[in-house]
Design a protein around this ligand. Structure first.
Ligand code: CAA
Length: 283
């Protein structure tokens, strides 16, 4: 299985980061989203990140331009017709993902691998929307993608060993570390991370400590790079709530119930850094 051309669907925070690391690793990359303005925004972020590398003298202007030349903008799914791998990083909604994968199954070459960057939805269910479940796999990147080393590789029930191996090898070419995980709600990363964040929100909700104190305890006491409430703002409170709901529903265990304060913030539209307000305010 030779991977040369990759389509990334979704030019948001995760999709643009994935497109950037793929282009930097030498892949030809098609960055796709619903509207030109979304793709332009993603390309703008990539340009900004690469320019920072040039400023820090880690990359020459020529190298930056070579990377940028590997990126093509797209708003049509039909552009998947000649790619070897699709990495979907669209909205976390099963209905939307199932529809996307069914369409991609019709368009992409028969040999192409269809991967999802979903943070907690079942790969097996996404795969069931296609006629090639053995070629569907999870590639869960961490935010910020250009910095974080981990990619959780999730095997769906039907994912073939050949496809798993191709994706593990491809991940290494991105200078990332692949870790194999089976398909259960939240995989490993969010099964452990999100209940910790949810518990931090409960701690605030119950008045155990201020938000700053909670973050300081985890930063200074546990050596976490960010406190859990800052991290929740960084990930997006809507995403945190969605993942908690997926865990709650998937396991049917009340230990995963989302904190009412998290629900309240999401209802208020306080979604974290991206909306300028979450647990903290951002100017
Ligand atoms: N894009 C690209 N590069 C970025 C970046 C971004 N968004 N944010 C920071 N960086 C780079 C900086 O340029 C800097 O690079 P150099 O060291 O090469 O100069 C480096 O990262 C460190 O940045 P800063 O010095 O500005 O800040 P920092 O030391 O606090 O690090 C951080 C920032 C890497 C984000 C760090 O705070 C961190 O690791 N936080 C935790 C992140 C985390 O837990 N991510 C996982 C979230 S969960 C997830 O993604 C999965 C899910 O499904 C929800």
């Amino acid at each position: 299985m030779i991977i040369q051309k990759v389509m990334v669907i979704g030019a948001g925070q995760m999709g643009s980061g994935i497109a950037q690391v793929c282009a930097q690793a030498g892949y030809e990359v098609v960055l796709n989203d619903l509207k030109d303005e979304f793709v332009d925004r993603g390309l703008h972020v990539i340009r900004k990140n690469l320019s920072r590398q040039v400023e820090k003298e880690r990359m020459t202007v020529e190298e930056m331009n070579t990377v940028l030349d590997r990126l093509t903008a797209s708003t049509e799914l039909t552009d998947a017709k000649d790619v070897d791998l699709v990495i979907e990083a669209a909205i976390e909604n099963m209905e939307i993902k199932a529809k996307l994968f069914a369409q991609l199954d019709e368009i992409a070459p028969r040999e192409a691998i269809l991967a999802s960057n979903t943070s907690s939805l079942p790969i097996t269910e996404i795969a069931a929307a296609t006629k090639r479940p053995e070629k569907v796999i999870g590639m869960h990147f961490m935010n910020p993608v250009p910095v974080m080393k981990l990619v959780e590789i999730i095997r769906g029930l039907a994912t073939s060993d050949e496809v798993y191996q191709a994706i593990e090898d491809m991940t290494k070419t991105l200078k990332k570390v692949p870790v194999e995980v089976n398909d259960f709600p939240g995989f490993v990363s969010n099964r452990i991370l999100m209940p910790m964040i949810n518990e931090a929100i409960y701690t605030l909700y119950e008045g155990v400590a201020t938000k700053e104190a909670i973050d300081d305890v985890m930063k200074l006491g546990m050596n976490h790079p960010m406190g859990p409430l800052t991290l929740a703002d960084f990930i997006g409170l809507d995403t945190c709530l969605y993942i908690m709901e997926t865990l709650h529903e998937g396991f049917g265990d009340t230990k995963y119930r989302p904190c009412p304060l998290l629900r309240k913030y999401v209802k208020a539209g306080w979604l974290g850094k991206k909306t300028g307000r979450g647990f903290y305010q951002y100017s």
